[in-house]
Design a protein around this ligand. Structure first.
Ligand code: PMP
Length: 410
């Protein structure tokens, strides 16, 4: 059953404020989402009642903190239907997760090997692979994006020639943070598997916006951030298939990840501890598990429908504006739209929209090569989440009309 979306707003304390004398219209969810009261309470509650270090303590508070931290890991596993909680490695977020995967997997690459990515990757799923390619002599190749406004999505036909047996890693985003289209991740994982390549999915933009089943998708690795799914900043996950994680070298070493240490060397614990050196981010992991409960209670299929419908409505309404260039497909999209005007710079749009109480994002969105390919310096992005409403799209469109008029675009 679909939730009553108007009640959802009451769960988010931050939304009930004015910005520049206008009700806040928060449309910057692709950058970070807001947090419901239950997530904020989980953070405060942990520090008020249970705060202690995990794993190494035998006193009550440490055992409580350890239980809560490991329960959070188990909760994240059920959230993505992982087979085992040990497949969940807590990180700082998507960026750290991808760096961890790149450095650990990269240790096995050699000249002649190929890393395949796509032209729509966020810098976080591009630069770490560039670094690994440079360090190992492996080659980095890209699946092209089709169309002057990337309306054709990924060129899937190119996979026939790009996915050769030399490809060892295929890294791709589920949903582009600039284009908003949804990539066929099951198919991409299947195609990777067929040539013996490992799949690495950047799920930063998808994880909080709909159902996500790692086993149905057939993913080897998945990276995501808590802060884009109603959870706190500073916490995220790298999912890795169990059999794979235990064959990988750790990226960071130190306390907590070793089973035996001599002055001359050390042996590693199995995953997940192997990849979590030092004191982890206990409080934020616990609060992230609360965000999972919150999103599941709303029903993630209903969230996908809600966010997708808002984005489709925004796309349709914005397309009537003079001189607008909308990126990505007009069809199935997740909860964001990205657009540019010939006459007005994205930073001006965002600054002027702020006067109307609207939070947007303008710029290259950490997609510089894609922007260059599309002949753009940047776009304006409106991104939606569970608390956004069709009325807020009215406010957005009215604001865009006001700005265009100010700049003399009619
Ligand atoms: N990938 C994508 C598709 C993103 O949208 C983002 C955040 N903008 C990231 C990776 C990086 O996430 P984080 O900054 O939380 O590490």
């Amino acid at each position: 059953m679909s939730p009553s979306w108007s009640n959802v707003r009451a769960d988010f304390p931050i939304l009930h404020q004015q910005v520049n004398g206008k009700p806040l219209v928060y449309l910057d969810n692709a950058a970070t989402s807001q947090k419901p009261r239950c997530v904020i309470d989980a953070l405060v509650g942990y520090y008020e009642r249970d705060n202690s270090n995990v794993h190494r303590g035998l006193h009550a508070l440490s055992m409580r903190a350890t239980d809560a931290y490991e329960s959070a890991r188990a909760r994240l596993a059920t959230f993505i239907n992982a087979a085992d909680a040990a497949e969940i490695i807590f990180t700082r977020g998507t960026t750290e997760s991808i760096n961890l995967a790149a450095r650990s997997l990269g240790a096995k690459l050699k000249p002649g090997d190929v890393i395949l990515a796509t032209e729509m990757e966020h810098h976080s799923n591009l630069v770490p692979w560039q670094q690994i390619a440079k360090a190992t002599g492996a080659t980095l190749r890209f699946v092209p994006v089709l169309g002057a406004n990337a309306e054709g999505g990924l060129d899937l036909a190119s996979l026939d020639s790009l996915l050769t047996p030399q490809v060892k890693i295929f890294a791709f985003t589920h949903i582009s943070n600039t284009l908003g289209g949804i990539n066929p991740v099951e198919e991409l994982c299947r195609r990777a598997r067929a040539v013996g390549a490992l799949s690495v999915i950047d799920a930063a933009q998808s994880i909080g916006h709909g159902p996500f089943d790692v086993r149905a998708i057939g993913a080897d690795f998945v990276a995501f951030s808590g802060h884009k799914m109603a959870g706190p900043t500073g916490i995220g996950v790298l999912y890795g298939r169990r059999g794979l994680l235990d064959t990988m070298v750790p990226d960071e070493t130190g306390g907590g990840m070793v089973s035996h240490v001599e002055y001359s060397g050390a042996r590693w614990k199995p995953a997940p501890e192997r990849f979590e050196a030092g004191t982890p981010n206990i409080a934020d992991a616990i609060a992230l598990a609360k965000a999972c409960d919150y999103l599941d209670a709303l029903d993630r299929a209903a969230i996908a429908k809600h966010d997708g419908e808002l984005a489709a409505l925004a796309y349709e309404r914005l397309s009537t504006l003079p001189g607008i260039r909308l990126l990505g497909t007009a069809g199935a999209r997740s909860g964001l739209v990205s657009f540019a005007f010939t006459e007005v710079h994205a930073h001006d749009i965002v600054t002027f929209a702020d006067e109307d109480g609207i939070a947007l994002r303008g710029g290259h969105h950490c997609n510089q090569p894609l922007m260059r390919k599309l002949g753009l310096t940047g776009t304006t992005r409106a991104s939606f989440y569970v608390y956004n409403t069709p009325e807020e799209i009215d406010v957005l469109v009215a604001s865009m009309r006001r700005i265009l008029k100010f700049f003399g675009v009619t």
